[in-house]
Design a protein around this ligand. Structure first.
Ligand SMILES: Cc1cc2nc3c(=O)[nH]c(=O)nc-3n(C[C@H](O)[C@H](O)[C@H](O)COP(=O)(O)OP(=O)(O)OC[C@H]3O[C@@H](n4cnc5c(N)ncnc54)[C@H](O)[C@@H]3O)c2cc1C
Length: 223
Protein backbone atom coordinates (compact mmCIF):
# COMPACT_ATOMS: atom_id res chain seq x y z
CA UNK A 1 0.00 0.00 0.00
CA UNK A 2 1.31 3.44 -0.93
CA UNK A 3 0.03 6.86 0.16
CA UNK A 4 0.16 9.51 -2.58
CA UNK A 5 0.36 13.19 -1.62
CA UNK A 6 -1.04 15.31 -4.47
CA UNK A 7 -0.27 19.03 -4.44
CA UNK A 8 -3.32 20.09 -6.44
CA UNK A 9 -6.89 18.97 -7.09
CA UNK A 10 -5.97 18.20 -10.68
CA UNK A 11 -3.12 15.96 -9.54
CA UNK A 12 -5.43 14.16 -7.07
CA UNK A 13 -7.92 13.37 -9.84
CA UNK A 14 -5.12 12.35 -12.20
CA UNK A 15 -3.75 9.96 -9.57
CA UNK A 16 -7.19 8.40 -9.19
CA UNK A 17 -7.28 7.90 -12.96
CA UNK A 18 -3.83 6.29 -12.94
CA UNK A 19 -4.65 4.09 -9.94
CA UNK A 20 -8.38 3.28 -10.24
CA UNK A 21 -8.21 0.95 -7.23
CA UNK A 22 -6.86 3.73 -5.00
CA UNK A 23 -9.13 5.38 -2.43
CA UNK A 24 -9.21 9.03 -1.41
CA UNK A 25 -7.92 9.28 2.15
CA UNK A 26 -9.88 11.99 4.01
CA UNK A 27 -10.37 11.28 7.74
CA UNK A 28 -9.41 7.66 7.13
CA UNK A 29 -11.98 6.29 9.61
CA UNK A 30 -13.46 3.99 7.00
CA UNK A 31 -10.49 3.23 4.77
CA UNK A 32 -8.15 2.79 7.73
CA UNK A 33 -10.46 0.87 10.04
CA UNK A 34 -9.03 -2.29 11.46
CA UNK A 35 -8.93 -5.18 8.99
CA UNK A 36 -10.14 -3.09 6.07
CA UNK A 37 -8.11 -3.99 2.99
CA UNK A 38 -7.34 -1.22 0.55
CA UNK A 39 -4.84 -0.64 -2.19
CA UNK A 40 -3.16 2.74 -2.66
CA UNK A 41 -4.52 5.83 -0.93
CA UNK A 42 -4.57 9.43 -2.17
CA UNK A 43 -4.24 11.82 0.77
CA UNK A 44 -6.56 14.75 -0.03
CA UNK A 45 -6.07 16.65 3.22
CA UNK A 46 -3.81 19.29 1.60
CA UNK A 47 -5.94 19.95 -1.47
CA UNK A 48 -9.58 19.80 -0.32
CA UNK A 49 -10.78 22.56 2.01
CA UNK A 50 -12.44 22.15 5.40
CA UNK A 51 -13.79 25.67 5.91
CA UNK A 52 -17.39 26.48 6.79
CA UNK A 53 -18.43 29.95 5.64
CA UNK A 54 -21.46 31.97 4.58
CA UNK A 55 -22.07 33.91 1.39
CA UNK A 56 -25.16 36.04 0.72
CA UNK A 57 -27.68 33.18 0.36
CA UNK A 58 -25.66 30.05 1.02
CA UNK A 59 -23.61 28.08 3.52
CA UNK A 60 -20.46 26.46 2.10
CA UNK A 61 -18.94 23.44 3.81
CA UNK A 62 -15.62 22.06 2.58
CA UNK A 63 -15.63 18.29 2.07
CA UNK A 64 -12.74 17.90 4.56
CA UNK A 65 -14.80 19.46 7.39
CA UNK A 66 -15.02 16.90 10.17
CA UNK A 67 -18.32 15.92 11.75
CA UNK A 68 -17.07 17.49 15.00
CA UNK A 69 -16.32 20.78 13.27
CA UNK A 70 -19.80 20.75 11.68
CA UNK A 71 -21.39 19.92 15.04
CA UNK A 72 -19.62 22.73 16.87
CA UNK A 73 -19.92 25.46 14.24
CA UNK A 74 -22.83 27.86 14.59
CA UNK A 75 -22.41 28.53 10.87
CA UNK A 76 -23.53 24.97 9.99
CA UNK A 77 -27.19 24.35 9.10
CA UNK A 78 -28.92 23.00 12.23
CA UNK A 79 -30.13 19.88 10.42
CA UNK A 80 -26.53 19.01 9.53
CA UNK A 81 -25.31 19.66 13.08
CA UNK A 82 -27.97 17.25 14.30
CA UNK A 83 -26.91 14.75 11.65
CA UNK A 84 -23.27 14.96 12.79
CA UNK A 85 -24.47 14.30 16.33
CA UNK A 86 -25.70 10.85 15.21
CA UNK A 87 -22.04 9.79 15.17
CA UNK A 88 -21.72 9.01 18.89
CA UNK A 89 -17.94 8.83 19.23
CA UNK A 90 -15.95 12.03 19.77
CA UNK A 91 -12.82 10.31 18.42
CA UNK A 92 -14.59 9.25 15.23
CA UNK A 93 -16.35 12.63 14.77
CA UNK A 94 -13.01 14.38 15.13
CA UNK A 95 -11.53 12.56 12.12
CA UNK A 96 -14.52 11.58 9.96
CA UNK A 97 -15.32 14.11 7.23
CA UNK A 98 -18.57 15.02 5.51
CA UNK A 99 -16.98 14.19 2.14
CA UNK A 100 -15.91 10.73 3.28
CA UNK A 101 -19.32 10.08 4.79
CA UNK A 102 -21.39 11.07 1.77
CA UNK A 103 -19.00 9.48 -0.75
CA UNK A 104 -19.91 6.07 0.66
CA UNK A 105 -23.64 6.58 -0.07
CA UNK A 106 -24.43 4.51 3.03
CA UNK A 107 -27.90 3.42 4.03
CA UNK A 108 -26.75 3.67 7.64
CA UNK A 109 -24.86 6.92 6.99
CA UNK A 110 -24.80 9.53 9.74
CA UNK A 111 -25.43 12.34 7.24
CA UNK A 112 -27.32 10.53 4.47
CA UNK A 113 -30.85 11.55 5.50
CA UNK A 114 -29.87 15.11 6.48
CA UNK A 115 -28.06 15.74 3.19
CA UNK A 116 -30.82 14.23 1.05
CA UNK A 117 -33.55 16.24 2.80
CA UNK A 118 -31.65 19.55 2.82
CA UNK A 119 -30.76 19.31 -0.89
CA UNK A 120 -27.30 20.92 -1.08
CA UNK A 121 -25.40 21.32 -4.31
CA UNK A 122 -22.33 19.09 -4.32
CA UNK A 123 -19.22 20.43 -6.04
CA UNK A 124 -17.02 17.76 -7.62
CA UNK A 125 -13.64 17.77 -9.31
CA UNK A 126 -13.68 15.31 -12.20
CA UNK A 127 -11.30 14.51 -15.04
CA UNK A 128 -13.24 17.09 -17.05
CA UNK A 129 -13.04 19.84 -14.42
CA UNK A 130 -15.40 21.18 -11.77
CA UNK A 131 -18.99 20.07 -11.77
CA UNK A 132 -21.97 21.08 -9.60
CA UNK A 133 -24.51 18.31 -9.09
CA UNK A 134 -27.59 17.83 -6.92
CA UNK A 135 -27.33 15.68 -3.82
CA UNK A 136 -30.07 13.46 -5.32
CA UNK A 137 -28.03 12.74 -8.43
CA UNK A 138 -24.85 12.18 -6.46
CA UNK A 139 -26.51 9.80 -4.03
CA UNK A 140 -28.14 7.94 -6.93
CA UNK A 141 -24.63 7.26 -8.23
CA UNK A 142 -25.06 9.31 -11.39
CA UNK A 143 -21.79 11.16 -10.79
CA UNK A 144 -18.42 10.31 -9.31
CA UNK A 145 -15.40 12.44 -8.59
CA UNK A 146 -13.55 14.13 -5.80
CA UNK A 147 -16.07 16.00 -3.59
CA UNK A 148 -14.84 19.54 -2.92
CA UNK A 149 -17.71 21.17 -1.07
CA UNK A 150 -21.38 21.20 -0.19
CA UNK A 151 -23.45 24.34 -0.77
CA UNK A 152 -26.60 24.62 1.36
CA UNK A 153 -29.32 27.24 1.17
CA UNK A 154 -29.46 29.48 4.23
CA UNK A 155 -32.14 29.31 6.93
CA UNK A 156 -33.03 25.65 6.46
CA UNK A 157 -35.48 24.35 9.03
CA UNK A 158 -35.65 20.68 9.87
CA UNK A 159 -34.67 17.77 12.04
CA UNK A 160 -33.04 14.35 11.94
CA UNK A 161 -33.96 11.19 13.85
CA UNK A 162 -32.28 7.81 14.16
CA UNK A 163 -33.26 4.52 15.73
CA UNK A 164 -30.82 1.81 16.68
CA UNK A 165 -30.44 -0.56 19.57
CA UNK A 166 -27.85 1.63 21.28
CA UNK A 167 -26.24 4.94 20.39
CA UNK A 168 -22.96 3.17 19.55
CA UNK A 169 -24.51 0.53 17.29
CA UNK A 170 -25.19 1.06 13.60
CA UNK A 171 -28.59 2.64 13.13
CA UNK A 172 -31.46 0.51 11.89
CA UNK A 173 -33.30 3.47 10.38
CA UNK A 174 -33.01 7.22 10.16
CA UNK A 175 -35.12 10.03 8.80
CA UNK A 176 -34.87 13.75 8.18
CA UNK A 177 -37.36 16.47 7.38
CA UNK A 178 -36.27 19.80 5.94
CA UNK A 179 -38.58 22.53 4.66
CA UNK A 180 -41.22 19.89 3.86
CA UNK A 181 -38.84 17.45 2.14
CA UNK A 182 -38.43 14.05 3.79
CA UNK A 183 -35.59 11.51 3.47
CA UNK A 184 -35.29 8.07 5.02
CA UNK A 185 -32.62 5.37 5.37
CA UNK A 186 -32.92 1.73 6.39
CA UNK A 187 -29.89 -0.48 6.97
CA UNK A 188 -29.16 -3.01 4.19
CA UNK A 189 -32.18 -1.62 2.34
CA UNK A 190 -31.24 1.73 0.79
CA UNK A 191 -32.67 5.21 1.12
CA UNK A 192 -35.55 7.25 -0.26
CA UNK A 193 -36.54 10.89 -0.51
CA UNK A 194 -39.66 12.89 -1.32
CA UNK A 195 -42.92 13.30 0.59
CA UNK A 196 -43.70 12.15 4.11
CA UNK A 197 -44.58 8.64 2.87
CA UNK A 198 -41.54 8.22 0.62
CA UNK A 199 -40.22 5.56 3.04
CA UNK A 200 -42.61 3.27 1.12
CA UNK A 201 -40.17 3.36 -1.83
CA UNK A 202 -37.54 1.46 0.18
CA UNK A 203 -37.20 -2.28 -0.51
CA UNK A 204 -36.81 -3.31 3.13
CA UNK A 205 -34.42 -6.15 3.99
CA UNK A 206 -33.89 -7.93 7.29
CA UNK A 207 -30.46 -7.90 8.90
CA UNK A 208 -28.89 -8.11 12.36
CA UNK A 209 -30.30 -4.66 13.19
CA UNK A 210 -33.92 -5.64 12.65
CA UNK A 211 -36.44 -7.34 10.43
CA UNK A 212 -37.79 -5.74 7.28
CA UNK A 213 -41.21 -5.35 8.98
CA UNK A 214 -39.65 -3.72 12.04
CA UNK A 215 -37.80 -1.12 9.94
CA UNK A 216 -40.88 -0.46 7.78
CA UNK A 217 -42.95 0.15 10.92
CA UNK A 218 -40.34 2.46 12.50
CA UNK A 219 -40.23 4.69 9.43
CA UNK A 220 -44.03 4.72 9.08
CA UNK A 221 -44.35 6.36 12.52
CA UNK A 222 -41.16 8.43 12.52
CA UNK A 223 -42.75 11.76 11.54
C1 LIG B 1 -16.28 1.26 14.21
C2 LIG B 1 -16.81 2.07 13.06
C3 LIG B 1 -18.19 2.26 12.94
C4 LIG B 1 -18.71 3.04 11.90
N1 LIG B 1 -20.05 3.23 11.83
C5 LIG B 1 -20.56 4.06 10.87
C6 LIG B 1 -21.97 4.33 10.83
O1 LIG B 1 -22.76 3.80 11.61
N2 LIG B 1 -22.41 5.20 9.89
C7 LIG B 1 -21.56 5.81 9.00
O2 LIG B 1 -22.01 6.63 8.20
N3 LIG B 1 -20.25 5.52 8.99
C8 LIG B 1 -19.72 4.67 9.91
N4 LIG B 1 -18.37 4.40 9.92
C9 LIG B 1 -17.53 4.81 8.79
C10 LIG B 1 -16.84 6.16 8.85
O3 LIG B 1 -16.34 6.45 10.14
C11 LIG B 1 -17.73 7.34 8.42
O4 LIG B 1 -18.51 6.97 7.30
C12 LIG B 1 -16.91 8.58 8.11
O5 LIG B 1 -17.77 9.69 7.94
C13 LIG B 1 -16.04 8.45 6.87
O6 LIG B 1 -15.36 9.69 6.69
P1 LIG B 1 -13.77 9.73 6.51
O7 LIG B 1 -13.40 11.15 6.29
O8 LIG B 1 -13.09 9.03 7.63
O9 LIG B 1 -13.62 8.89 5.15
P2 LIG B 1 -12.40 8.01 4.65
O10 LIG B 1 -12.31 6.77 5.49
O11 LIG B 1 -11.17 8.81 4.50
O12 LIG B 1 -12.94 7.64 3.18
C14 LIG B 1 -14.13 6.88 3.04
C15 LIG B 1 -14.48 6.68 1.56
O13 LIG B 1 -14.88 7.92 1.01
C16 LIG B 1 -14.08 8.28 -0.12
N5 LIG B 1 -13.83 9.72 0.01
C17 LIG B 1 -13.35 10.37 1.09
N6 LIG B 1 -13.36 11.71 0.89
C18 LIG B 1 -13.81 11.90 -0.37
C19 LIG B 1 -14.04 13.06 -1.17
N7 LIG B 1 -13.81 14.32 -0.71
N8 LIG B 1 -14.53 12.88 -2.43
C20 LIG B 1 -14.80 11.65 -2.91
N9 LIG B 1 -14.60 10.51 -2.20
C21 LIG B 1 -14.12 10.64 -0.94
C22 LIG B 1 -12.82 7.42 -0.04
O14 LIG B 1 -12.34 7.12 -1.33
C23 LIG B 1 -13.32 6.19 0.69
O15 LIG B 1 -13.86 5.26 -0.23
C24 LIG B 1 -17.82 3.62 10.94
C25 LIG B 1 -16.44 3.41 11.05
C26 LIG B 1 -15.93 2.63 12.09
C27 LIG B 1 -14.45 2.42 12.18
Amino acid sequence: MKIHNPKSLEEAVQLKKSYPEAVYFAGGTYVYSLGHDFADAIDISRVVRNEIYHTMNHVHIGAMATLEKILLSELSPLILRNGAKLCPSLQQRSAATIGGNIAQRRDDGYLTAAVLASEPVIVLMTENGRLEVSADDYMAGKYDGLILEFIFRKNLKGDVKRIGRTSHMHMAVSGAECNGVYAYTASSSGFAKGGKDSWQDIAFESDSLGSADYKRYLLSVMF
